[in-house]
Design a protein around this ligand. Structure first.
Ligand code: HEC
Length: 197
């Protein structure tokens, strides 16, 4: 299957779910609206009532960036890796914005640290949680507690990764993302992969 066919198929699936508006002012077909909006994850993880499923294939996406968190004593307190699909990175480089349907996944590992020849080194141990955000420029799910401020927000825990456990993005997510409000709620400064080259 060619890339174009696969994107057209993705758009068609989104349209079937009512997740994309088919045709622009000129009444173009779904194929004609394909382009940077299409991502390879969105249509497979969002149901037509806005429920969000775990994007099981995220490891094969593009690595957007990583965070190492240490506690006050300097010991490792988590390693975070952020992934998105390659088309999202290309779209962001071109426009400076996350395209509609962009899926971001932050996997959180517990970590340990030790003085090594490189310094105080931290390494990942077991996975703990996954945070998922899905760009929604259309406000598709008004009244759904997982959707708002331009995104869908979801949380999965390692003991049951298939179960989405966030209930209210305002309470569960938004407060901690206020420092990144001016960059569409994403801590973009930590992702050099998004910079246009
Ligand atoms: C305790 C504060 C806190 C909470 C609660 C929180 N986040 Fe975050 N989130 C952060 C911080 C800080 C970063 C970037 C630094 C890091 O990961 O340590 C981040 C990064 C992310 C990223 C990677 C993209 C980015 O913005 O850099 C995603 C995706 C994400 N969060 C989703 C969520 C979702 C979804 C929820 C709710 C289910 C949530 N977060 C709740 C603080 C939080």
């Amino acid at each position: 299957m060619t890339k174009l066919t696969s994107i057209s198929g993705a758009i068609a699936s989104l349209a079937a779910l009512g997740l994309v508006a088919c045709g622009g002012p000129s009444g173009g077909s779904a194929t004609e609206t394909a382009g940077p909006q299409a991502t390879s994850g969105y249509e497979t993880i969002v149901s037509n009532d806005g429920a969000i499923a775990f994007p099981t294939d995220y490891k094969s996406w593009a690595h957007m960036g990583s965070w190492a968190v240490v506690n006050e004593g300097g010991e490792g307190n988590g390693l975070h890796n952020v992934f998105t699909t390659p088309d999202v990175i290309e779209a962001f480089k071109a426009t400076g914005e996350f395209p509609d349907g962009a899926v971001l996944v932050k996997e959180v590992f517990a970590s340990e640290s030790r003085q090594l020849t490189t310094g105080s080194a931290n390494w990942a141990t077991n996975p703990e949680v996954w945070f998922v955000m899905i760009k929604d420029t259309q406000g598709r799910f008004p009244g759904n507690g997982l959707w708002g401020n331009g995104w869908g927000w979801a949380l999965f825990k390692a003991d049951a990764p298939t179960v989405q456990v966030a209930t209210d993005y305002n309470a569960d997510c938004l407060g901690c993302h206020i420092p990144a409000q001016d960059t569409d709620w994403i801590y973009t400064y930590a992702y050099p992969t998004l910079e246009a080259s």
